[in-house]
Design a protein around this ligand. Structure first.
Ligand SMILES: *[C@@H]1O[C@H](CO)[C@@H](O)[C@H](O)[C@H]1NC(C)=O
Ligand SMILES: *[C@@H]1O[C@H](CO)[C@@H](O)[C@H](O)[C@H]1NC(C)=O
Ligand SMILES: *[C@@H]1O[C@H](CO)[C@@H](O)[C@H](O)[C@H]1NC(C)=O
Ligand SMILES: *[C@@H]1O[C@H](CO)[C@@H](O)[C@H](O)[C@H]1NC(C)=O
Ligand SMILES: *[C@@H]1O[C@H](CO)[C@@H](O)[C@H](O)[C@H]1NC(C)=O
Ligand SMILES: *[C@@H]1O[C@H](CO)[C@@H](O)[C@H](O)[C@H]1NC(C)=O
Ligand SMILES: *[C@@H]1O[C@H](CO)[C@@H](O)[C@H](O)[C@H]1NC(C)=O
Ligand SMILES: *[C@@H]1O[C@H](CO)[C@@H](O)[C@H](O)[C@H]1NC(C)=O
Ligand SMILES: *[C@@H]1O[C@H](CO)[C@@H](O)[C@H](O)[C@H]1NC(C)=O
Ligand SMILES: *[C@@H]1O[C@H](CO)[C@@H](O)[C@H](O)[C@H]1NC(C)=O
Ligand SMILES: *[C@@H]1O[C@H](CO)[C@@H](O)[C@H](O)[C@H]1NC(C)=O
Ligand SMILES: *[C@@H]1O[C@H](CO)[C@@H](O)[C@H](O)[C@H]1NC(C)=O
Length: 437
C-alpha cells in the first residue's frame, strides 16, 4: 500500500509540474500542505486573482477518491469544507478553475496528511512485578492511522526493553494495535517505572503511558533478627510498585495484629521480652498488597523466676503438694530442685516446671530452688518449705525439719527417717512416684 501511495504521490507531483507554471501564478489554493487528525474539519480555499469575469471552480481528488464536503463559491473564490475528515478521504485534493473569459483551465493541489493517534496507550494495571518471574504485558493503542508509521517501545526506567514495528498488512484504515510483550523483570530494575511509548513517525508525535503495578518483590533489610534486651533494632522494608506502595509494620500476637509503624522502618527501642515474635511488613497500593514476615528474637539473661507452693499455709504431713516454678522472660532452661540434692524436675512446658509431692513428709521439708538459665545468665528463686507434723503418733516435732544429705555422708538419723517413711508408705500402700533422695 505504501508503494502505491508513493507512486500516486509522485504521479501527482509530475502532473502538477506539467500543468502548473507561470500561468498558474494567479490561482491560489490554501492551505497547501496540511496534517490533520481523523475527525477534524478541513477547509480549503481556492482563489483566482486575475480573472475579470466569473470563474468556474471544480474540486477533485486523487485517484477519484471520495472528496465530499460542501463547496461554496462566488465569482472569484471557492471554499471546500470537509467535515469529519476520515481515512476514506483523499490525501490529495485539487482545485480546478476556469476563467470564463479565456476558458483557460488552471489547477492547484493540496496534500492533506490524515492521521489518527490517540491520547495515550492503554496499559492495564499489572497486579505485581516479581523479579525473575515471567509476565505478559499488553499495551493497546486504539485508533491508529496510518499504522505503517507507527512504532511501539517498552521501557523500564530509561532502558529500552523491546521495540516493535507492526507488521502491516492493511494500513488503509484506522485500526487498533496491541503489543504483547513477555517480560522477566530483573532485580536491577526494581523501583524503575515500566512504560509503553508509542510514536507516530509522521510528525514525531509521541505518547507514553507508565504502568501501574502492584507491589511485587518485597524485601527487608534483615530477616532473622536478634536483639539484646534493652538494645535497639531497626529493620527496613521495601517494596517495588507504582505508585510507590505504602508500607506498614504489624506485630502478630494472640489478638489482632498490632500496628507498629506507618513507614518503611520498624524500630524497637530498649527491646523487652514482650517485643519478641513475628512482625509483618505489609506493602500496598491501588493494585494490591504483599506481605513478608520477620522473626524478632530478644536475647538476654533470664528474668528472676517465680517459685510458688500450692499451699498458702504450711502443708501438713501426708498432704499432696505441688511446687511451681515459672519464668516469664525470654527463653531459659528451668530447673526445680531441692537444695543440695540432685535435680528433680517435672516439666509443664518451656516456661514452667511443676513438682508434685504426694503425701508430703517432714523429710521433704527444706529449701527448694527454681533456676532459670540460658547463654546470657542464670537467675534463681528459693522457697523454704516446712511441713507441719500431724498431731498423731507418726512423727515427733524434734525430727529434723530439713534433711541435707551430703553425698557419701548420709547421717544415721536421715537413714532412720527414710526407713520410717518407707515402712509407712508400704503400710499405706500408697506409692509415691517421686523419690527425692
Ligand atoms: C457572474 O455570476 C453572477 C452571479 O453568479 C451572475 O449574475 C453574472 O451574470 C455572471 N457573469 C458572467 C459574465 O457570467
Ligand atoms: C467571495 O467570497 C470571499 C470569501 O467568502 C469574499 O472575501 C469575497 O469578497 C467574495 N467576492 C465577491 C465578488 O463576492
Ligand atoms: C465521523 O465519521 C465517522 C465515520 O468515518 C463516524 O463514525 C462518526 O460518527 C463521525 N463523527 C461525527 C461527529 O459526525
Ligand atoms: C478499537 O478500540 C476502541 C476503543 O478501545 C474500541 O471501541 C473499538 O471497538 C476497537 N476497534 C476494533 C476494530 O477493535
Ligand atoms: C513512576 O511514574 C509515576 C507516574 O505514574 C511517577 O509519579 C513516578 O515519579 C515515577 N517513578 C520513577 C522512579 O520514575
Ligand atoms: C528500658 O525498659 C525497661 C523495662 O521496660 C525500663 O526499666 C528502662 O527504664 C528502659 N530504659 C530506657 C532507657 O528507656
Ligand atoms: C495491607 O494493607 C492494605 C491497605 O491498608 C490492606 O487493605 C490489607 O488488608 C493489608 N494486608 C494485610 C495482610 O494486613
Ligand atoms: C526472608 O524470609 C522470607 C520469608 O519470610 C523468605 O522468603 C526469604 O527467602 C528470607 N530471606 C533470607 C535472606 O533468608
Ligand atoms: C494425693 O495424691 C494421691 C495420688 O498421688 C491420691 O490418691 C490422693 O487422693 C491425693 N490426696 C489428696 C488429699 O488429694
Ligand atoms: C506454660 O504453662 C504456664 C502455666 O500453666 C502457662 O501460663 C504458660 O502460658 C505456658 N506456656 C506455654 C508456652 O504454653
Ligand atoms: C501434678 O499434679 C497436678 C494436679 O495437682 C497434675 O495436673 C499434674 O499432671 C501433676 N504433674 C506431674 C508431673 O505429676
Ligand atoms: C526455713 O523455715 C524454718 C521455719 O520457719 C526455719 O526454722 C529455717 O531456719 C528456715 N530455713 C532457712 C534456710 O531459712
Amino acid at each position: 500500500m505504501r508503494g502505491v501511495k508513493c507512486i500516486t504521490f509522485v504521479l501527482w507531483i509530475n502532473i502538477l509540474n506539467i500543468i502548473t507554471g507561470e500561468s498558474n501564478f494567479n490561482l491560489e489554493l490554501t492551505p497547501k500542505n496540511i496534517m490533520i487528525h481523523v475527525g477534524e474539519d478541513v477547509e480549503l480555499i481556492c482563489r483566482m486573482n486575475d480573472c475579470p469575469v466569473n470563474v468556474t471552480f471544480m474540486w477533485r481528488a486523487a485517484l477519484d477518491k471520495f472528496v465530499g464536503g460542501d463547496v461554496k463559491s462566488n465569482q472569484t473564490v471557492s471554499q471546500l469544507l470537509i467535515r469529519n475528515f476520515s481515512d476514506k478521504h483523499s490525501d490529495i485534493v485539487m482545485c480546478k478553475a476556469t476563467c470564463q473569459q479565456d476558458k483557460k483551465e488552471k489547477q492547484k493541489m493540496s496534500k492533506i496528511v490524515v492521521f489518527s493517534f490517540p491520547q495515550d496507550p492503554v496499559l492495564p494495571a499489572i497486579k505485581s512485578l516479581i523479579a525473575n518471574q515471567e509476565q505478559k504485558l499488553i499495551c493497546t493503542v486504539p485508533n491508529i492511522y496510518p499504522l505503517e508509521r507507527f512504532r511501539i517501545e517498552w521501557l523500564r526506567g530509561d532502558k529500552t526493553l523491546h521495540t516493535e514495528v507492526p507488521d502491516v498488512l492493511d494500513s488503509d484504515h484506522v485500526q487498533n494495535y496491541s503489543s504483547v510483550f513477555t517480560y522477566t523483570p530483573s532485580v536491577d530494575d526494581l523501583g524503575k517505572n515500566i512504560s509503553c511509548k508509542v510514536t507516530l513517525d509522521l510528525n514525531g508525535q509521541e505518547r507514553s503511558t507508565t504502568a501501574k503495578y502492584g507491589p511485587g518483590t518485597i524485601t527487608v533489610s534483615s530477616n532473622n533478627t536478634l536483639v539484646k534486651l534493652g538494645k535497639h533494632l531497626e529493620v527496613t522494608c521495601h517494596a517495588d510498585g507504582n505508585p510507590q506502595p505504602t508500607i506498614s509494620w504489624w506485630k502478630l500476637g494472640k489478638a489482632e495484629p498490632e500496628l507498629q509503624s506507618q513507614n518503611h522502618k520498624l524500630i524497637i527501642n530498649n527491646a523487652s521480652w514482650s517485643q519478641a515474635g513475628w512482625y509483618w511488613c505489609n506493602a500496598s497500593n491501588d493494585m494490591g498488597s504483599q506481605q513478608t514476615g520477620i522473626k524478632v528474637t530478644v536475647v538476654g539473661p533470664p528474668n528472676i523466676p517465680k517459685i510458688l507452693l500450692s499451699y498458702k499455709e504450711e502443708p501438713k504431713e501426708g498432704e499432696n503438694i505441688s511446687i511451681f516454678c515459672s519464668s516469664d522472660g525470654g527463653p531459659a532452661q528451668l530447673k526445680l530442685y531441692r537444695q543440695s540434692q540432685s535435680a528433680a524436675t517435672g516439666s509443664l512446658n518451656e516456661s514452667a516446671v511443676l513438682l508434685n509431692i504426694s503425701s508430703v513428709q517432714i523429710t521433704d521439708a527444706g529449701i527448694y530452688i527454681c533456676e532459670a538459665k540460658n547463654d546470657f545468665g542464670i537467675e534463681r528463686s528459693t522457697i523454704n518449705i516446712t511441713v507441719k507434723a500431724q498431731h498423731s503418733i507418726s512423727t515427733k516435732p524434734d525430727l529434723p525439719v530439713a534433711i541435707v544429705p551430703a553425698v557419701g555422708s548420709v547421717s544415721l538419723l536421715t537413714a532412720a527417717g527414710l526407713l520410717i517413711r518407707h515402712c509407712r508408705k508400704k503400710a499405706k500402700s500408697d506409692p509415691s512416684d517421686i523419690i527425692l533422695s
